[in-house]
Design a protein around this ligand. Structure first.
Ligand code: ADP
Ligand code: MG
Length: 311
């Protein structure tokens, strides 16, 4: 069993609380619970505005959540001050974004050497060449970003992000502007790194073809995790029960099995869950107390639990 590297517990992010008084608040994340194993390759997929970038920025310590905890190994990074957070990022996290990853006036090699020099690496040039080799771009070492293709730029950006040998690489729509073939070459580099070095990868994408290359795919909608599946078992979609006991059942599944509002959960005497059954018709003959939600027969006049009188 691999160790848990990162964990989010009940993470909420509300934008516009303190910063812009005249802007309405936006709830970007509403209760995200997530565990990421060491060496895992995780994809986050979801429509624009669903909270993917916010989630990944919080994971990497670029943004603070409004509520909730984010653990990296045993430490809650939401408790770090700015200095400690910067140090955490430098040591543990590599970021790659959709664009603007490289400094235009520097060559590919120089771009990779910047973070290495900053971290006082004993031999930045040698290491930078190794990294260029790892992303298959040794022959482009003296090219500047404007002399590289979009896919090559992203591969150099990956090398830059890997300079300090971070445990986790976070990528936000890094293949978003690339054609399918170029995008695949970038994905191949990532998969190779994950396999060879065990680098934990978390990538955000809106492309199902990109997403399913991860070990696990999480669907994000409206600021929470809607469902997830392992790439090797795409038909076994699983949900997660949050700390309030809530579980999101994907709409596609609810439609398939005819679940509406209520369901019966049954387990056998070995405490194995055996069935989730639609219970809407059952409830037609019942009364749900508006006060405490206790269910009793329709003819009941007083709630057996809280003694509320029914009208
Ligand atoms: N800095 C910000 N200030 C205010 N609202 C923001 C900010 N960043 C993102 N949002 C809002 O939060 C929601 C989620 O955004 P984001 O995390 O960027 O989603 P995605 O990456 O899935 O497109 C969106 O409604 C977006 O408009
Ligand atoms: Mg985004």
């Amino acid at each position: 069993m691999r160790n848990i590297l990162m964990k989010m517990i009940d993470v909420y992010k509300i934008y516009g609380r303190n910063d812009h008084k005249d802007h309405p608040e936006v709830v970007a994340l509403r209760g995200v619970n997530l565990e990421i194993k060491e060496g895992e390759f995780l994809s986050l997929i979801g429509p624009s505005g669903s909270g993917k970038s916010t989630l990944i920025a919080i994971l990497g310590g670029l943004t603070k959540p409004t509520a909730g905890s984010v653990f990296f190994k045993d430490e809650d990074i939401t408790r770090f001050n700015a200095k400690k957070l910067a140090e955490f990022r430098r040591k543990n996290v590599g970021f790659v974004f959709q664009q603007n990853n490289l400094i235009p006036r520097f060559t590919a090699l120089e771009n990779i050497m910047i973070p290495l020099k900053f971290a006082r690496h004993p031999n930045p040039k040698k290491r930078a060449l190794e990294l260029l080799d790892a992303v298959g771009l040794l022959n482009r070492k003296n090219h500047r970003p404007n002399e590289l293709s979009g896919g090559e730029i992203q591969r150099v950006a990956i090398a830059v992000a890997l300079a300090n040998d971070p445990g986790v690489l976070l990528g936000d729509e890094i293949t978003g502007e690339l054609d399918t073939e170029t995008s695949q070459r970038v994905m191949d580099v990532l998969k190779q790194l994950n396999k060879d070095n065990g680098t934990t990868l978390v990538i955000v994408t809106h492309s199902p073809d990109v997403a399913k290359q991860g070990d696990r795919v999480l669907s994000i909608r409206d600021g929470h995790i809607l469902s997830q599946y392992l790439s090797e078992k795409p038909h076994e979609i699983f949900g997660e029960i949050d700390s309030w006991g809530r579980m999101v059942l994907p709409q596609a599944i609810r439609e398939q099995v005819g679940l509406k509002r209520y369901l019966t959960v049954r387990y056998n005497k070995d405490k194995r869950l055996i069935e989730l059954e639609p219970a809407d018709s059952f409830l037609e003959h019942q009364r749900v107390c508006p006060n405490c939600l206790t269910v009793s027969p329709r003819t009941t006049k007083i709630c057996p639990y809280c003694k509320e009188t029914f009208k």
